[in-house]
Design a binder for this molecule. Structure first.
Ligand code: MG
Ligand code: MG
Length: 346
């Protein structure tokens, strides 16, 4: 609740003030953002050292109302210099903070000019992405999914690509984060659902169709209307459609995520847990939510011939899925040796 959050923020403030007591001004900018201004003629080394001291100070657990709370921090740093006014310094430190967050939790990044370049790049991709839909630059590629017992292609996973006029063929990780940050993910996600079902309606055979959903898509009820409409227009039976979601759907807002999966399921579609084995991959998701399928992340398949650990994990996952009455799909099989091992591991 708010009171608890406020207590934590006060404790964080106290700790930051202690860390900067010898030299510096510490202030809260708003929300969970703090700024520290250090006046010193020392070089970058001092800044980096201070930043790491801050990270380590924040790693110690907090005691709030008798509870132990762990937090993580991201720190961005920039140096003031001639020609850099306060606004510009804040802008630089913001870019550095963004870069630190992109490295994951508990990280520090220092401003340099390449961050400006990357920020310009992001902003131009954002602008171009707005137009990409109208210009029909987005395309779907279909990855076959083969049943090991029959050798038949039983499903296709729709994969999104952006055929960019000057940057070439872009993969989702080159533009989907930007789409997520700007809500463009909604029209793009709608298009993927409509186009994939329209494509599948043209093909012969009784295959399943897999579509990836992003966490932010699942936060809008409007997704249900899109799916219902696309199913009706294409004439594809709901039972042939499967949505792949990652654990992020259940991490960020577990109750809302589970409610959305439940609603999708009521439409008759199936739900697969994608990229399993990376990230947190908490087993509690498997207990809390009855997935139809687990997709074993491609990193395990890539190493399966050389790594005992990868083999052990895959074999455990297939047995676990069996016991939970879920099916498994292994991602990214590219060599016959991988296929043989996967067959052996079930
Ligand atoms: Mg997928
Ligand atoms: Mg995947």
């Amino acid at each position: 609740g708010h009171n608890f959050g406020d207590s934590l923020l006060r404790e964080v403030g106290e700790r930051l003030r202690r860390e900067t007591a010898d030299a510096g001004l510490c202030a809260r900018l708003g929300g969970d953002e703090f700024a520290i201004l250090i006046e010193s003629a020392a070089g970058d080394g001092m800044l980096i050292e201070r930043a790491h001291r801050l990270l380590s100070a924040m790693r110690d657990p907090f005691q709030i109302e008798g509870q132990v709370i762990y937090t993580s921090t991201s720190v961005g740093g920039a140096r003031g210099q001639a020609g850099v006014n306060a606004d510009e310094l804040m802008r630089r430190v913001d870019l550095a903070l963004y870069a630190a967050k992109a490295r994951g939790r508990d990280a520090f990044a220092m401003y340099d000019e390449t961050l400006d370049q990357q920020a310009r790049e992001r902003s131009s991709i954002r602008t171009e992405l707005t137009e990409a839909l109208q210009r029909r630059e987005l395309e779907l590629f279909y990855q076959p999914i083969i049943a090991l017992d029959s050798g038949q292609t039983v499903a296709y996973e729709a994969l999104l690509r952006w055929r960019h006029p000057t940057r070439g063929l872009l993969l989702p990780d080159q533009f989907l984060t930007i789409a997520e940050e700007s809500d463009l993910i909604i029209p793009i996600g709608d298009w993927v659902v409509q186009q994939a079902l329209a494509d599948a309606a043209e093909w012969e055979g009784d295959f399943r169709l897999s579509i990836n959903l992003s966490p932010s898509q699942t936060r809008h009820l409007h997704l249900l209307t899109t799916v219902e409409d696309a199913l009706a227009t294409s004439g594809i039976a709901a039972g042939r459609l499967e949505f792949e979601i990652t654990e992020h759907v259940l991490i960020e807002d577990a109750a809302a995520g589970a409610a959305m999966l439940e609603r999708l399921r009521k439409l008759g579609v199936q739900i697969a847990l994608d990229d399993f084995g990376t990230g947190y991959s908490s087993l509690s998701y498997l207990r809390r939510y009855p997935f139809d399928r687990i997709k074993i992340d491609r990193t395990f398949v890539a190493d399966i011939e050389t790594s005992d650990e990868a083999r052990a994990i895959v074999s455990t996952l297939t047995r676990l899925a069996d016991a939970l009455d879920m099916r498994t799909t292994a991602e990214g099989i590219e060599r016959p040796g991988q296929l043989d091992l996967l067959r052996k591991l079930g």
